[in-house]
Write a new protein. Sequence first.
Length: 141
Amino acid sequence: MIPLSSLPEIEAVLNGASALLLCLGYRFIRRKRVAAHRACMLLAFLASTLFLAAYLVYHAHKGSMPFRGTGWLRAVYFTILISHTVLAVAIVPLVLVTLARALRGRFDRHAAIARVTLPLWLYVSVTGVVVYLMLYRLPRP
């Protein structure tokens, strides 16, 4: 059993893994390595899905963590958090449509939407790690 207090760190690792897999998947498809691209993207989807499950479990039991920073750092944090949260909601249907088009072999339509999905998904994954670091790893004032 994983203690609830470990979930934020696990969530950050899953977000980081998703970001890395997205970058690798992009690199593979640019080099026409379709099988490696597919594997990376499916693993990125799995990592993001596991992140979402861990996030929902943690916040259902613990609620939200207040940011304790002040001044300009507080403004930076909330700018990142707001953009991350809005795009995290928007990315879910984009990822599902992108994945569905690939699985159905509609590669022309898959590529078209993937050009939008990839940078947004990557942003959400990276900023998820940044939010974790700012909430849990910055020294307390």
